[in-house]
Design a protein around this ligand. Structure first.
Ligand SMILES: C[S@@+](CC[C@H](N)C(=O)[O-])C[C@H]1O[C@@H](n2cnc3c(N)ncnc32)[C@H](O)[C@@H]1O
Length: 264
C-alpha cells in the first residue's frame, strides 16, 4: 500500500469528525485541543508496565475500542490477533483509519458488550477500559465478559468518584447494622440520573472500593492496581452462583430456550 502523505492524513482526520483519542498518526495529531491533552497515551504511561511486554501468541479483545489506541498498542506488543469492538460507527471509522496508517492488522466490529455471547471465543487479554460507567447495566456487562470472552487477563478502568478509601467489608451484617453504609470507603455506585460532564451517556460513577468489589463479584481476581482507576485482573471463579441474567443472544439454542427474557 502506498504511504499516505501528511496532508492526506490531516484531511482524513478532519473528515472523520471529533476524536476522543488524541493519537499521533505519522506526526499528525487527531485531537490537538483535547481537554485531557495527550490522552490516552498520558494515561497509558501510568500503567503500561503492568501488562506483558510481549504478547506474541496471544489474542486480545478491546471492548469499546473508540479510535483504537489500546488495540494498536497491543499489536505493537506483538499480539497475534486483536479484535476491537464498539457500538459507534463514527469511532470505528476513526479506528480503522488509525490502524491503516499504523499498519496494524486489527479486526474491527460493531458489537455491543451486551452481545459478547455472539463471539463464541475467549481471549487471552480482554481490555474493558472506560466503558462501564457509560452502561445502564454495568454489572451485567462484567458478568457477560466473565461468562463469554475472558480467557485469562482483564484490563479494566472506570471513571471513579467519591473516596479512594477502601473500608473492610464483612461477609455479612445483621439487618440492624447500618453504619457501614455511610463509610466513605464502603462500595458505592453513584447513579447519574441526568448528565455528568455534559454527557448523557455517563450513568454511574463507582468509588474505588466499588470498582474492586464489582470485579470480584463478577469472578475476577485483582492482580494489580497500577493506577487509581485501573485494575489488572485474572479470570477466576464467581464467588456465588449468580451469573448473567440476560440470555446470550446469537446462539440459536439460547433463542429457543428463552422467550420474553424468561426461561421456557
Ligand atoms: C470513554 S470511551 C473509552 C474508549 C477507550 N476504551 C479508552 O479507554 O480510551 C467509551 C467507548 O465505549 C463505547 N461504548 C459505549 N457503549 C458501548 C457498548 N454497549 N458496547 C461497546 N462499546 C460501547 C463508546 O462508543 C466509546 O467509544
Amino acid at each position: 500500500m502506498t504511504e499516505r502523505t501528511n496532508d492526506e492524513i490531516r484531511r482524513r482526520i478532519a473528515e472523520l469528525g471529533d476524536w476522543f483519542h488524541n493519537m499521533d498518526l505519522k506526526g499528525v495529531r487527531t485531537a490537538p485541543n483535547h481537554f485531557l491533552y495527550d490522552y490516552p497515551a498520558n494515561k497509558f504511561s501510568r500503567f503500561s508496565h503492568a501488562l506483558p511486554e510481549d504478547l506474541s501468541g496471544r489474542s486480545v479483545l478491546d471492548i469499546g475500542c473508540n479510535a483504537g489506541f489500546y488495540s494498536i498498542e497491543m499489536k505493537r506488543r506483538g499480539a497475534d490477533r486483536v479484535l476491537a469492538i464498539d457500538t459507534d460507527e463514527r469511532y470505528l471509522a476513526q479506528a480503522r483509519f488509525a490502524a491503516e496508517v499504523e499498519a496494524a492488522d486489527i479486526e474491527f466490529r460493531n458489537l455491543s458488550v451486551y452481545d459478547l455471547g455472539r463471539l463464541g471465543e475467549r481471549f487471552d487479554l480482554v481490555i474493558f477500559m472506560g466503558v462501564l460507567y457509560h452502561l445502564r447495566h454495568p454489572l451485567l456487562a462484567l458478568d457477560l465478559v466473565h461468562e463469554h470472552v475472558a480467557g485469562d487477563l482483564l484490563l479494566f478502568q472506570s471513571m471513579q468518584r467519591g473516596s479512594d478509601a477502601v473500608h473492610p467489608v464483612r461477609a455479612d451484617y445483621d439487618f440492624a447494622d447500618v453504619a457501614h453504609f455511610d463509610e466513605p470507603g464502603y462500595p458505592k455506585l453513584h447513579f447519574i440520573e441526568h448528565q455528568y460532564a455534559h454527557d448523557w451517556t455517563n450513568w454511574w460513577a463507582p468509588n474505588a472500593a466499588c470498582s474492586a468489589a464489582m470485579l470480584r463479584s463478577a469472578g475476577f481476581e485483582i492482580l494489580d492496581h497500577p493506577e487509581s482507576e485501573v485494575f489488572l485482573c485474572r479470570r477466576g471463579t464467581r464467588p456465588t452462583e449468580a451469573g448473567p441474567v440476560y440470555p446470550a443472544r446469537g446462539h440459536s439454542s439460547d433463542e429457543h430456550q428463552f422467550q420474553n427474557g424468561a426461561p421456557r
